[in-house]
Ligand binder design. Structure first.
Ligand code: SF4
Length: 62
């Protein structure tokens, strides 16, 4: 099964931690994180690490 994430936009502060950890998967645009879900499975370790490193718990597995 494919792992997918979504961003809780109310909690995301645009800090950039996710993008620093997994730049192929996350990109901050206009101070909110965006996700390239199609890149997650090829970069699963970094993607999970980025999810866990979000200081605001704004990355949710769906
Ligand atoms: S680490 Fe969390 S709060 Fe920071 S930009 Fe990414 S999703 Fe938003």
């Amino acid at each position: 099964m494919e792992t997918k994430f979504k961003i809780d936009l109310n909690n995301c502060t645009g800090c950039g931690t996710c993008e620093e950890t997994a730049p192929v998967v996350f990109k901050v645009v206009n101070e909110k994180a965006t996700i390239n879900n199609s890149a997650i499975n090829k970069n699963i370790k970094a993607a999970i690490e980025a999810k866990d490193s979000c200081p605001d718990k704004a990355i949710i597995m769906v």
